[in-house]
Design a protein around this ligand. Structure first.
Ligand code: GLN
Length: 251
């Protein structure tokens, strides 16, 4: 089936640093390949959707205040999101969204926002508001089967702990905690990351991992995506990696 159905949650409140761009990128890369892509939106007090009808559920990042605003509504969606995840829908989560699918997020004032507890990690913010993890980040990941250095931008006070299967290892930047060696959370149908950017605009392989997963789960035969011309994206990334970690041999 050559169609992907996406549910973008809380786009009006969780959209730091252009996180919504991630869904534009998925839509664009699908369109270039003739794959139909439909993106529905859900926000506070929308009619409860059938979460399992979606191939991909996406939540972006946000400040503590926005996280508080959506927290109660998100709890109403818990069962639907959990069932969709159990049925193999893909969860793509950025920063504030990443935090809220874990057990809880305790903000800098010590206020605890309950998470959905679908994953066992938890996040506690640095009480000192000046001690945030901010800056460009380079992460090495091999979720596609090929080790790739990806880039993004992080800005979070939250320190995420208890992650057993990270998205990647930190080459430059912080990741899950200050000075951490690991970034994000990964399962075959989950990418949760602190990488804004938007992350998918900067890292085409990750977009294609998500698209391939969504198509493959509905297809008997393995789907091979036609290549796109990513020369510009890859060149931009290379410049960024060189700036942050230095020139690497063979590149
Ligand atoms: N408010 C959270 C924090 O500071 C999440 C921030 C974000 O989504 N960038 O950790």
């Amino acid at each position: 089936m050559n169609k992907i159905k996406i549910l973008h949650m809380y786009a009006d409140m969780l959209d730091l640093y252009g996180d919504s761009g991630n869904m534009e990128i998925i839509g664009y890369r699908c369109k270039m390949r003739g794959i139909e892509c439909c993106i529905d939106r859900y926000s506070v007090d929308s009619e409860m959707p059938d979460f399992s009808a979606y191939d991909l559920i996406y939540i972006g990042g946000g400040a503590d205040l926005e996280q508080q605003h959506i927290a109660e509504d998100l709890q109403k969606c818990r069962q639907g999101i959990k069932s969709a995840y159990d049925n193999g829908s893909f969860l793509f989560l950025i920063c504030g969204g990443y935090q809220l699918l874990g057990r809880y997020y305790k903000d800098a004032d010590g206020v605890e926002i309950p998470g959905l507890g679908i994953f066992s990690y938890y996040t506690v913010a640095e009480p000192n508001r000046k001690k945030r993890c901010i800056g460009n980040i380079v992460v090495k990941t091999n979720i596609t089967g090929r080790e790739t250095e990806i880039v993004g931008f992080e800005n979070h006070g939250g320190q995420t702990m208890g992650v057993e299967t990270p998205f990647g290892s930190v080459v430059c930047g912080h990741g899950n905690c200050t000075g951490s060696s690991h970034e994000g959370y990964f399962e075959k149908n989950v990418i949760a990351t602190y990488m804004h950017g938007p992350c998918l605009a900067k890292n085409p392989e990750i977009s294609d991992y998500v698209i391939s997963y969504c198509l493959n789960r509905k297809s008997d035969a393995a789907v091979v995506l036609p290549e796109l011309d990513d020369a510009l994206e890859l060149k931009c990334r290379q410049v960024m990696v060189e700036r942050l970690v230095g020139k690497q041999e063979g590149k």
